[in-house]
Structure formats: structure tokens, C-alpha cells
Design a protein around this ligand. Structure first.
Ligand SMILES: [Zn+2]
Length: 86
């Protein structure tokens, strides 16, 4: 019995690694914080750029907040002025 337990203890780091790689939330690595950054897209203009809050190019526009990850998913690209995510 003790032998069996030792074997499990030896294997434990490997087991945890496999679980982490499978992406089970409790063990999964945190996603890159950069992707969680909040950015803003304009909804009144047909721009496909995402911006940081207070970017001069969206000053007078209606904006919607979302994460960089989502903005990219919807096909938005980084604003060249405020450069979110850098
Ligand atoms: Zn911008």
C-alpha cells in the first residue's frame, strides 16, 4: 500500500501537468493578461480599429467596451495612435 502511495506521489507533478495542458479551468494557466485588457470600439463610425479609453480618435464617438480578445475575434485591429495591448 505504501509503495502504491509513493508511486502516486511521484506521478503527481506529471498528473497535474497533464490536467493543466488539457485546460481544466482550476489548473489551467491564466491567459495572457494583455488579452484581458479592455478596449473600445466605435459604434457610430464604420472603423474597424480598437482603442484605449480616451484615445483622441474616438473622442466624439459612441464607444462600446470589450476585451482585446473579443475585439480581435470580431475582426478589429489595433489603433495606430493609442496602440492597445502594447
Ligand atoms: Zn486609438
Amino acid at each position: 500500500m505504501i509503495k502504491f502511495r509513493n508511486k502516486i506521489i511521484k506521478l503527481l507533478p506529471k498528473i497535474i501537468l497533464v490536467i493543466a495542458l488539457l485546460g481544466i479551468p482550476a489548473f489551467a494557466q491564466e491567459p495572457l493578461p494583455k488579452l484581458k485588457q479592455t478596449v473600445y470600439i466605435t459604434i457610430s463610425r464604420s472603423s474597424t480599429r480598437y482603442h484605449l479609453e480616451g484615445c483622441s480618435t474616438i473622442k466624439n464617438s459612441k464607444v462600446k467596451a470589450l476585451t482585446i480578445e473579443d475585439a480581435r475575434k470580431f475582426g478589429f485591429t489595433q489603433c495606430g495612435v493609442c496602440k492597445p495591448g502594447e
